[in-house]
Write a new protein. Structure first.
Lengths: 298, 301
């Protein structure tokens, strides 16, 4: 992949976006075209959100009269209506509970497992690793029908606990791999020192390793928070009682019921999306780091 | 160290390993492996989900072979995967290269924007795009009317011929950000000296991209392509919220069809057959794609 590869490739005569070669500071035509393409693309990505934000403040009449126009007389009451009629706070509370418990369980279990993969060498370990890799490729919906039957038998169908259990299981493999990747960077000597210190295995793990692993645990927690908070499939199939539903599920119910007042609907969608956005904006670096390590390991 | 202490250490290791791994193994066994095996058993049964199940042998599989909706939904999954490889992995790579090498000044801002749809729930994204595609007051039709292309306006998600492309557009726009993110990280890891060498050679961005950047991150290309394929076969929420698989199953993917069979028509046995067949096919596609990429790599070297 050095210069030899470069010589083999045939020359391409046409100018390509940003073909400035070495020269950096001059704004060439190519660079200008790149800016233009990115500007259009970024607009397409961001405009629906902006449109949602300003349209949510219109009156329904105003909205139907013209989809593009800005609100002339902002209807802040739309947000009150969306919150009240949409029971969004109830749903958000359920999402919060399911997410908090799932993420805490997943991170704790994944940290212990990731540590074990790096520190202990036993003959059956590789098999567990292979099983984890296979589990990552398995779509959750394949397990749905039996899951419903199992959870019903256990009396956990239509409970938040019943959502937490399979959610944790399906998010574990990637989480374990993130934690394992972290522990494999910890100097071997540090691990040995902690273990030889006369401390029990569990104590060495809790007292020495967990504090060191905090950043990686935080990363794992972030990705899991995004996954669980946004998950739709398990709640859709496993929850039925409205007061137990999570935010994405409750939102679809609300939209189904309420087809007439569109700006209020948009306000509800915006409110539902706001939590994720605020967390993302506040913890951008961690979210990006988490998404990167969560995806690469797949 | 004597042999006896070593085996003592090994035993201690095995015991500790078991302790640390037990929770993970239990969760995976109970909520992934067991349901999966049960689905395998159920796939040979006729079952409505409640009353006693009936062994029907291969009947479900025979039905699956002739089920046009299943094959149509599988074709849609393949379409999702192919467009994901082109418009998420491919385009993501180009945009990431631009952000890292051509217009680094807007990199932070652009990444911030591109990742927004990735972190927001697919349900919100899907509902919002429902407004874009709406036949009566949709943004897309509004735009077409404004620029004088009224005759193109339609109910994008209700029209058999445009529904699937419309869904694909949403999917690719939404997840592209993740791939941009991954390739920005990958390109930033490439040693600057390699680019210097290319510059001395007089290589422009086009040649640098194809002869330096892409080969340097080839393992990432493989990993992200695999990720795109695997995720494409997992896709559910966006399709569900945009079209529920309609109109007339035109946008069904395997997940939405399975959901409909299992929880709409209460054919739990047949739904399990769909899921089980899906796993086998996903595995086959995964192996195929990996093989292709190995060959592509060899051909290039």
């Amino acid at each position: 992949m050095t210069s030899s590869t470069i010589h083999v490739t045939r020359q391409h005569p046409t100018a390509v976006p940003g073909t400035t070669g070495r020269g950096r500071p001059r704004l060439s035509t190519g660079t200008a075209i790149v800016y233009l393409i990115l500007a259009v693309h970024l607009t397409v990505v961001v405009f629906p959100f902006l449109w949602m934000a300003y349209s949510s403040l219109k009156s329904n009449k105003n909205f139907l009269a013209s989809v593009w126009s800005l609100p002339t007389d902002p209807q802040w009451a739309n947000y009150g209506k969306a919150l009240g009629e949409g029971k969004l706070l109830v749903y958000a509370g359920n999402s919060l509970a399911v997410t908090a418990v799932s993420v805490a369980l997943t991170v704790a279990i994944a940290t212990a497992a990731g540590y074990a993969f790096v520190v202990y060498r036993t003959r059956w370990m590789p098999w567990v690793e292979v099983a984890m890799l296979v589990a990552m490729a398995i779509p959750a919906y394949v397990a749905l029908v039996p899951l419903v039957a199992t959870l019903r038998d256990a009396g956990l169908l239509d409970t938040r606990t019943g959502v937490v259990l399979p959610t944790v299981a399906f998010n574990l493999p990637v989480s374990v791999l993130i934690m394992r990747a972290f522990f494999s960077t910890v100097p071997r000597s540090l691990v040995e020192a902690a273990r030889v210190d006369g401390a029990s295995e569990l104590r060495a793990f809790l007292r020495v390793m967990v504090p060191i692993a905090r950043p990686a645990m935080f990363t794992t927690a972030i990705v899991n928070t995004i996954w669980v908070w946004n998950d739709f499939l398990f709640p859709l199939v496993l929850l039925n009682t409205p007061s137990k539903k999570t935010l994405p599920l409750g939102l679809t119910d609300y939209v189904g019921e309420r087809v007439t007042d569109y700006p209020v609907l948009l306000a509800a969608i915006l409110l539902a999306a706001l939590g994720s956005f605020v967390v993302y904006a506040a913890l951008q670096k961690h979210v990006i780091g988490g998404l990167t390590s969560g995806a690469i390991k797949q | 160290m004597s042999i006896s202490t070593r085996s003592h250490a090994a035993r201690r290791d095995a015991r500790a390993a078991l302790l640390f791994l037990a929770p993970a193994v239990l969760f995976l066994a109970a909520f992934v492996a067991y349901p999966l095996l049960t689905a395998g058993v159920l796939s040979f049964h006729s079952w409505d989900g409640v009353s006693p199940r009936q062994w029907t042998g291969l009947a479900n599989y025979e039905r699956l072979l002739g089920d046009r909706i299943f094959w149509g939904s599988l074709r849609n999954n393949v379409l999702v995967a192919l467009t994901a490889i082109v418009f998420q992995v491919g385009v993501g790579m180009v945009i990431a290269y631009w952000l890292v090498r051509v217009v680094p000044r807007i990199k932070r801002f652009a990444m911030f924007v591109y990742v927004i749809p990735v972190v927001i729930s697919e349900i919100c994204i899907g509902l919002l795009w429902g407004f874009v595609y709406n036949p009566y007051f949709g943004l897309l039709n509004g735009f077409l009317n404004t620029v004088g292309l009224d005759e193109l306006a339609r109910g994008w998600l209700g029209d058999r011929s445009t529904a699937m492309p419309a869904v694909l557009v949403v999917m690719n726009l939404t997840y592209l950000g993740l791939y941009i993110l991954l390739f920005v990280a990958a390109f930033e890891n490439v040693d600057e000296a390699v680019y210097d060498a290319a510059a001395i050679d007089g290589a422009g961005h086009y040649r640098t991209f194809f002869s330096v950047s892409v080969p340097m991150v080839w393992s990432n290309v493989q990993a992200t392509t695999l990720l795109a394929v695997v995720s494409s076969f997992k896709t559910f929420s966006l399709v569900y919220v945009l079209t529920r698989g309609g109109p007339n199953n035109a946008t069904d993917v395997v997940s939405t069809y399975l959901f409909q069979a299992g929880f709409g028509n209460f054919e739990a046995g047949y739904a399990s057959t769909i899921g089980f067949a899906q796993i086998l096919l996903t595995a086959a596609v995964g192996v195929f794609v990996l093989g292709l990429m190995r060959r592509g790599k060899r051909g290039e070297a």
